[in-house]
Design a protein around this ligand. Structure first.
Ligand code: MOS
Length: 764
């Protein structure tokens, strides 16, 4: 499709490095163990902390017996609500003010005698060694006066209330009369789906090392958002923003679980303040389950109506999710259903029920990952009723404008993604009849589903310094959770400034750097790229001005007539010189520029203006990453065992900055989706709200043997409305995965599984 508006920033910036599969610059540090994570920072007088978790859902703490714990050799302090220093409570949540969303829960940890979920930290032990802290923590005996608690999601589905949408996260929507259109459609499906709660299992469990120096706090944390953490800590400890420094150069995976401030971070800083010692609080795997929110479970209904030719007449998608009384947010479970199919009648509804459980929190593609499971399973089922190939049904209903409101797509190449994927995967070899394909004793199934994730952008501050030796330093408080952000931004800077990739160094992961958006919402790369491109342009102009003033052969009047290449500035087919020559003649050690790098009020105004532009842009365009997930499964007809044997993801993700790290991101999403579909499930005891499987022994994430080779292909077409044409790739990979597997299982066996995970008992 054609887009008439000019791109917000130019794509053509040389293209020597952008797109190439360059090895990540932080790779050697990670593989040799030189990279330091939050629990690895040494302090000579470091103390260790361990949490004590509540074992009831709702209660008042009547007493805490700490005598035995205090007897353990090496124990420095046992802090409870009775003796912990007071903190300011978390601020009230306002969905329009992102900085109020930063607290994982609304609870004032160790500042209240109230218990709001089973697992809530009710005490912390600080000791000379980790062993002593953990031994003593096990000896702390809280006594409770229990209160009635509501913890069973399925039993309380009927109490859900409508969830309001906001500018970032849409709520319900309605067009025509979908209910009536489904009822009268010649062909229809009306289905109920459920997905369980899922927990975060990053390789690096959450950890904090906190140290006070007078009234200044330094925190090494495993965080996706150093700026939000800094703001929240300043607020809670009632100290100026500049007195808090958050450092996180390496984070061992995040996926949304490290986007908010949870108990461990607050309590580590609190324990350090109370004891006057630097304190490390490294959560156990169980500690992560007890104190960090996971993905909400969902109950969904998808009803589709079609005419005999497979044109949709109605699309209805409703969801019920949960949050905790102490926090958690809605999920945009029906979000993709606004964008994927052209139907004259659409009804989308999202409801939420509040329980006495830990808050839910974002987990990779919150909303769309489970929403696409229901929608894309239903579409497959409708294709079966119609006797149509599931790809053909999708193509017959591919919209030219956004179905729910007629907005334009900034770009959309879902047709092309399906065509490319079907060809490379060999979809034409599929025989449509369920159970018709076999390989020896295995039943073979092939399934497909659409991937979809919206594209977002946030304000980023960047400083770029060009030195006399021709090297470039990019400074930006980004976060690196394994995606290779420094590599991607160095590729962009190298092309923008016409220097070799190896001449660029990127500093990140420290709150003293210019503020960047958090690594979340698939928006970090595009957001930082926008400011980096703007800064590079500004830098070129500064250097050009300097060159002219000092008698350079560069005579061009307009900066547009000058290009950055070969380590300097050159007139097109004319004279020029290297950066080194320009700076040497001017007697300058470096030239530095900043974009949006204000602090204080200036930053707030700049952010507000930027967000205003982004929101205006969102009123004009629908922007997203999308794709087609193709999978092949083998099902054992006797045991019901499902093995994923082949995968291909074909994506429309705009410009790809680094072919290697991009493919890794998409693969990682697919692996996480395989876990979501087949084995992962948090088991909550309906009697007392306690998570029963808080470890990798009881909560099964995919291991290497569960994951086949994953082929990734993409179209590499820039989105004309996004910086450099980037739309974000962090989350789209997981979407559609569970549906593709469920559809393949149906194709193999004739069995429809509408409740995740697809375990043996549900297949047989
Ligand atoms: Mo995320 S769920 O945007 O880390």
């Amino acid at each position: 499709m054609t887009v008439t508006e000019a791109p917000s920033l130019p794509r053509d910036i040389g293209g020597k490095n952008v797109g190439r599969p360059i090895d990540r610059v932080d790779g050697p540090a990670k593989t040799t163990g030189a990279a330091r994570y939050a629990a690895e920072y040494p302090y000579p007088d470091l103390a260790h902390a361990a949490l004590v978790h509540a074992t009831v859902s709702r209660a008042r703490i009547t007493a805490v017996d700490t005598a035995a714990a205090r007897e353990v050799p090496g124990v420095i302090a046992v802090l409870t609500h009775e003796n912990a220093p007071a903190l300011k409570p978390p601020p009230a949540v306002n969905p329009l003010n992102l900085s109020t969303l930063v607290s994982g829960t609304s609870l004032n940890y160790l500042g209240t005698d109230e218990v709001h979920w089973n697992g809530q930290p009710v005490a912390v032990v600080v000791a000379e060694s980790l062993d002593a802290a953990r031994e003593a923590a096990a000896l702390v005996r809280p006594a409770y006066a229990e209160l009635p608690a509501i913890v069973d999601f399925a039993a309380h589905e009927g109490e859900a209330t409508p969830q309001k949408g906001n500018m970032i996260m849409p709520g319900g929507a309605r067009k025509g009369d979908a209910e009536a259109a489904v009822a009268t459609a010649p062909v229809s499906v009306d289905l109920r789906f459920t997905t369980p709660p899922y927990n975060h299992n990053a390789i690096e469990p959450h950890a904090t090392t906190a140290a006070w120096d007078g009234d200044r706090l330094t925190v090494y944390d495993s965080t996706q958002n150093i700026d939000w953490f800094r703001r929240h800590l300043a607020l809670r400890f009632d100290i100026p923003l500049d007195s808090v420094r958050v450092i996180a150069p390496y984070v061992g995976g995040g996926f949304g679980g490290k986007g908010m401030v949870w108990a461990g971070t607050i309590i580590a800083a609190l324990a350090s303040r109370a004891t006057g010692r630097p304190v490390r609080l490294a959560l156990t795997r169980e500690g992560v389950y007890r104190t960090v929110g996971g993905r909400t479970p969902s109950i969904q209904r998808v009803a589709l109506g079609a005419d005999a030719d497979g044109r949709l007449t109605a699309l209805l998608h409703t969801s019920v999710t949960r949050r905790g009384h102490v926090g958690g947010g809605p999920e945009q479970v029906t979000s993709q259903s606004r964008h994927l199919y052209d139907a004259p009648n659409i009804l989308l509804e999202q409801k939420i029920v509040e329980l006495d459980l830990l808050s839910n929190t974002p987990m990779r593609a919150p909303g769309e990952s489970i929403g696409t499971f229901a929608l894309e399973s239903a579409v497959d089922e409708l294709a079966g009723r119609l006797g149509l190939d599931p790809i053909e049904l999708r193509m017959r209903n591919e919209p030219s404008r956004n179905p729910i409101d007629g907005k334009r797509f900034s770009h959309r190449m879902l047709r092309e993604a399906y065509a490319l994927g079907a060809e490379r995967f060999g979809w034409s070899a599929r025989t449509p009849e369920p159970g018709s394909m076999r390989d020896g004793r295995w039943l073979v199934g092939m399934g497909v589903a659409t991937a979809y994730h919206p594209s977002l952008q946030f304000a980023a501050n960047v400083t770029v310094r060009l030195s006399a030796d021709g090297t470039v330093l990019v400074r930006c408080g980004m976060q690196e959770m394994g995606m290779g952000v420094a590599t991607a931004q160095a590729q962009i800077a190298a092309d923008a400034l016409g220097v070799p990739f190896t001449a660029v160094r990127v500093e990140y992961g420290d709150s003293t750097l210019p503020i960047a958006p958090g690594a979340g919402g698939s928006m970090q790369t595009a957001s930082v790229a926008a400011s980096l491109l703007a800064a590079s342009e500004k830098l070129k102009r500064s250097v050009l001005t300097l060159a002219r003033r000092t008698g350079s052969p560069l005579r061009a009047r307009r900066p547009e007539a000058v290009e950055a290449r070969d380590g300097g500035l050159w007139e097109k087919a004319g004279p020029g010189e290297t950066y080194a020559a320009i700076l040497a003649r001017a007697g300058r050690e470096h030239v530095e520029v900043s974009v949006g790098a204000d602090r204080g009020l200036g930053a707030a105004v700049g952010q507000a203006r930027f967000m205003g532009k982004v929101l205006l842009d969102r009123r004009r365009w629908v922007k997203a990453a999308c794709g087609a997930q193709f999978c092949e499964v083998r099902v054992d007809p006797d045991t019901g065992e499902v093995r994923v044997s082949r995968w291909l993801g074909s994506f429309d993700v705009g410009t790809v900055v680094n072919a290697k790290t991009a493919a890794s991101q998409l693969r990682g999403g697919i692996v996480m989706g395989i876990g979501m579909a087949l084995s992962e499930e948090t088991l909550v005891d309906p009697r007392n709200g306690r998570i029963m499987n808080p470890s990798l022994a009881g909560y099964h994430v995919p291991v290497h043997a569960d994951v086949p080779p994953i082929d990734i292909c993409y179209l590499d077409e820039p989105d004309p409305t996004m910086p450099l044409g980037l739309v974000g790739i962090g989350e789209v990979g997981i979407t559609g995965v569970a549906a593709a597997i469920a559809n393949a299982v149906h194709h193999a066996t004739g069995r429809r599984v509408r409740d995740l995970p697809i375990t043996l008992d549900r297949v047989l």
